[in-house]
Design a protein around this ligand. Sequence first.
Ligand SMILES: NC(=O)c1ccc[n+]([C@@H]2O[C@H](COP(=O)([O-])OP(=O)(O)OC[C@H]3O[C@@H](n4cnc5c(N)ncnc54)[C@H](O)[C@@H]3O)[C@@H](O)[C@H]2O)c1
Length: 248
Amino acid sequence: MRLKDRVAVVTGAAQGIGRAVAELYAKEGARVAVVDVQAEAAEKVAAGIRESGGDAVAVVCDVSDRAAVNEAAATVKETYGPIDILVNNAGVTRPAMLHKMTEEQWETVLAVHLHGSFHWLQAVVHDMIERETGRIIFTSSSTAQNGSIGQINYAAAKSGMLGMVRTAARELGRYNILVNAVAPAAATEMTLKVRTDPRFADAVKRLPLRRHAEPEEIAPTFVYLACAESGYMTGQVLSVDGGGMMVR
Ligand SMILES: NC(=O)c1ccc[n+]([C@@H]2O[C@H](COP(=O)([O-])OP(=O)(O)OC[C@H]3O[C@@H](n4cnc5c(N)ncnc54)[C@H](O)[C@@H]3O)[C@@H](O)[C@H]2O)c1
């Protein structure tokens, strides 16, 4: 078990990539906080982990709300002790062409990805500095590099996350806190529309691997970035996208 007794927070873990990460972390021995704004779905994931012999607790929290994040972090600490691993994964999209995008669409996406990640960073970092250990993993996107039509808010958020990764990696390296990102592509609810829209039917054929991935194929990279094997790696982005980054 590569994460035995580590305390992990995975945000956006009620479904999709976050759910797969939470489940695999638990299999690797971590005690996992399944953090999400969807209470029922988060509880279902945590209960499923417990039924399989793992240790997990559901923690309801809107990551864009700083007070809610602080409260959630305190709950995790009370339940399991100080947090060893933070996965900033919660995400939303609010697509619109930039000339039609509303302030609300812009702000919602930035609030979840950027403010949410910042809130969680600050909620865990003091203990990590004191204990001189920690792993922080962001879920970014190839959109950070390539842009994406109709997603200027999401591209700004995902690029911003990479700036946070590199800055946090530089600031926190001296405390043995490693900060990295994953840029995934997977079949989740978030990508359902794009995957089923006939206008994008050819996109998958351009991928070197010529198929979509399940979230379970993305999760092992999050284990790698949380365990001892990646102990000399910080400030990096790992693309797990079927080679999509090369061909866009
Ligand atoms: N699926 C992909 O191909 C892909 C590609 C690049 C990046 N990503 C990123 O991966 C992450 C996970 O996405 P996914 O594909 O699993 O999508 P998803 O929609 O299946 O899951 C997102 C989860 O985040 C939760 N969430 C949303 N807003 C929240 C908030 N304010 N507070 C707490 N939780 C909140 C949702 O309830 C949901 O459980 C996101 O950050 C997304 O941007 C996904």
